[in-house]
Write a protein that binds this ligand. Structure first.
Ligand code: ADP
Ligand code: ZN
Ligand code: ZN
Length: 669
């Protein structure tokens, strides 16, 4: 039998955890040692016995056979939740190019004492009407649930992707799956993009599973978070529902991970390691032999392409679960036409008519604007310059008509009386935000009762819930807001959705901008006509012929996917290829630029023939908080080559004295 070698991290409390040591696995332990096992090994010159964690097992020795020591033994009951998480951290570090310390901090919660304060009790908010569950699944839902149970019992663990239109009953299907897994005495993690925005979903889980569920709110303190994890570790809870970080719940017998709205940007971590929850979940599921289930009305291009390649099993739900509710009709309005015909208002004539009609019929509406603030920025009518943040490369945003705020660093000043550049007094707001829309709506429809929901009105704890609950109680006719109003809420009274400037997000400097626009439009349209009265969605745009807008209006995911994938293939963007974005940042603009050029040249010399290099280019916002940021993009179909490039660059980086003043970050996609 071939020898096997274990890669081991010694003693994770030690500072230098970025090194691993290779040991031979003795024959009598071959079947027992697994990734995540805790073992005893001889260490250092005195061969003292130390404990370590196995993070990888290979058949290849990295050193000369005679220099490799042998594992001395297995620690009893060794594959614990923590040891699995440590192995997961190692995988994350390798895949996303962070340090082991950063990865460990991500997966192991910091131990903090919980401050004795009133803990929010979410149970009390469960509405009476939710008590009469579970619902009987319809045949399409039942088919998915049956297939799940069969695969689960047979130990087949191919990830599921449920592509189901909004309101098709995905949540009910998840709950049926969870029931099955709980019966097998295993535990469940449910990821949702942002609890505050999906509190209706959380309530339904509570109504169904009661005490067995634990919620990981993004606004919990570190101590409260730790507390929740401890409950899971002790087995006091069986289902953890929460945002991205709930993935790291230390369950001993994890059986199922559900990721709802898998396409959401919130699943991508911003700090190092810049991991994606979908990928980490897949790795975690593999380690636990657990099942992974993804669901979305608008699957990410990544997930859908994997499903088409047979790596995921694809299911679709094409109609609404509530047979009386039908998807909304959609109308595209060309804003250039409106302008030509002399309508300078933010509401097209069609939308004005529909709003009046809904007010008369006492039905509710949502107006969606992808931008908060009063007007987006203020510029000078004489010299044309926008008022910018002195620390960042962005314009300041007007709030409450009298303050300018930087959305990147928080810098704020009172609205100046004159242009800081030329002294002219003709300063005016450009573009419109939610606050301005609220004002314009009130002017045009004085009888309407209006609520506004954006970052400014929801910054207090519970702010979201209060606004959503008031709207649900029909205390307002119109809800105006940013993205956050279109996500996942179920308001049966809403029969009109107005999307005021659909193409705004198409101009974002990101290869995913068409995908994001499509997703947000489909979601927004999905808010209309959830009840028994038919709904209508009005999409106002300057680019009515854009495929993202056309296919969203037609609710035609398949065509969108084909067009989008064609574009990604043409330009070698993910998932057609892999991409590594390497960002260097520092206060010293010249040094950052110089280092970036050296990196590019060096990568070109060593890997030039097999990788497509673009840049370096300034980051979309070049300066933030007085720090300059440059990015080098590298594209390659083979992910392993990008990982090799990352290692190569990091080694050069660590050797270079000047780099101490700069930071480097990797972003794999
Ligand atoms: P999704 O998660 O796909 O948006 P939901 O699970 O929230 O869909 O279901 C949408 C609505 O349809 C909810 O009000 C839900 O209670 C209802 N519903 C779901 N499944 C059924 C069913 N089998 N029978 C009746 N109503 C259902
Ligand atoms: Zn700033
Ligand atoms: Zn000026």
């Amino acid at each position: 039998m071939a020898s096997r070698y274990a890669s081991i991290i010694i003693d994770i409390s030690h500072e230098n955890v970025d090194r691993i040591f290779q040991y031979r696995i003795p024959e009598h332990l071959l079947t027992e040692i697994r990734v995540g096992s805790q073992v005893c090994v001889p260490f250092g010159s005195g061969n003292r016995t130390r404990k370590g964690y196995v993070v990888d097992i290979t058949e290849k020795a990295d050193y000369e056979e005679s220099r490799i020591k042998e594992v001395s033994g297995l620690v009893e009951g060794s594959v614990t939740a923590d040891s699995r998480l440590i192995a997961l951290a190692w995988w994350m570090k390798e895949r996303y190019g962070s340090t082991m310390n950063q990865a460990l901090k991500t997966v192991l919660p910091v131990k903090r004492r919980v401050k004795a304060r009133n803990k929010q009790v979410v149970q009390s908010m469960v509405p009476e009407s939710l008590a009469a569950r579970p619902l009987r699944l319809n045949p399409w839902q039942q088919k998915i649930a049956d297939s799940f149970c069969e695969d689960y019992d047979q130990g087949k663990r191919i990830p599921y992707l449920i592509h189901g239109i909004t309101g098709s009953g995905k949540t009910e299907v998840y709950m049926a799956m969870i029931d099955h897994v709980l019966k097998k005495k295993r535990q469940v993690i449910v990821l949702i993009p942002e609890i505050a925005l999906t509190y209706q979903t959380v309530m339904r889980f509570y109504a169904r599973f009661g005490e067995r569920i634990c919620v990981m709110h993004s606004r919990l303190s570190a101590g409260e978070r730790y507390d929740q994890f401890e409950r899971a570790r002790r087995g006091d809870t069986e289902i953890m529902i929460g945002a991205r970080s709930a993935l790291f719940t230390p369950f001993a017998r994890l059986g199922l991970i559900v990721i709802d709205e898998e396409h959401e940007g919130a699943y991508q971590s911003e700090g190092a390691p810049r991991y994606h929850a979908r990928e980490v979940a897949q790795q975690l599921a593999r380690m636990h032999e657990a099942q992974l289930v993804l669901g979305s009305a608008t699957p990410s291009i990544e997930a859908y392409s994997r499903a088409r390649a047979g790596l995921y099993r694809l299911f679709s739900l094409k109609s609404r679960a509530n047979a009386k509710s039908v998807p909304a009709a959609t109308v595209i309005v060309d804003l250039r036409r409106e302008m030509e015909d002399g309508n300078k208002s933010v509401f097209s004539r069609r939308l004005q008519d529909l709003i009046t009609d809904r007010l008369n019929r006492k039905e509710q509406m949502m107006l969606f604007m992808n931008r908060r603030g009063y007007s987006s920025f203020v510029s000078c009518r004489s010299c044309g310059k926008a008022v910018k943040c002195p620390h960042c490369d962005v314009s300041l945003t007007l709030h409450n008509k009298n303050r300018l705020v930087c959305h990147y660093c928080g810098y704020t000043i009172p609205l100046p009386g004159a242009c800081p550049e030329c002294g002219s007094e003709y300063l005016a707001g450009f573009g419109v935000g939610t606050q301005k829309i609220e004002e314009l709506t009130a002017q045009m429809f004085p009888q309407a009762r209006i609520l506004r929901m954006d970052l400014d009105t929801t910054s207090k704890k519970g702010g979201h819930e209060a606004i959503l609950a008031a709207f649900a109680r029909r205390e307002a006719d119109i809800l105006i807001g940013t993205q956050m109003i279109v996500k996942g809420h179920d308001f049966p009274g809403v029969t009109l959705v107005g999307i005021l400037a659909a193409d705004q997000s198409l101009y974002a400097p990101d290869f995913r901008c068409a995908e994001r626009t499509f997703q947000i439009l489909v979601q927004a349209i999905g808010r209309a006509g959830r009840g028994e009265r038919p709904g209508i969605a009005v999409i106002q745009t300057y680019l009515p012929e854009h495929y993202g807008i056309q296919t969203a209006a037609a609710q035609d995911y398949e065509t969108f996917y084909q067009r989008e994938m064609g574009y990604r293939q043409l330009l070698h963007y993910p998932p057609a290829s892999h991409m590594l974005g390497l960002q260097v940042a520092g206060r010293d603009e010249q040094l950052a630029g110089h280092m970036m050029d050296l990196i590019r040249d060096s990568v070109m010399r060593h890997f030039g023939s097999c990788v497509e290099v673009i840049g370096p280019v300034p980051a979309p916002v070049y300066k933030v908080n007085d720090i300059y940021r440059k990015i080098l993009y590298m594209k390659q179909e083979n992910y392993d080559i990008l990982i090799r490039i990352r290692k190569y660059v990091q080694e050069r980086w660590d050797e270079t004295e000047d780099c101490r003043q700069l930071t480097i970050q990797y972003d794999f996609s």
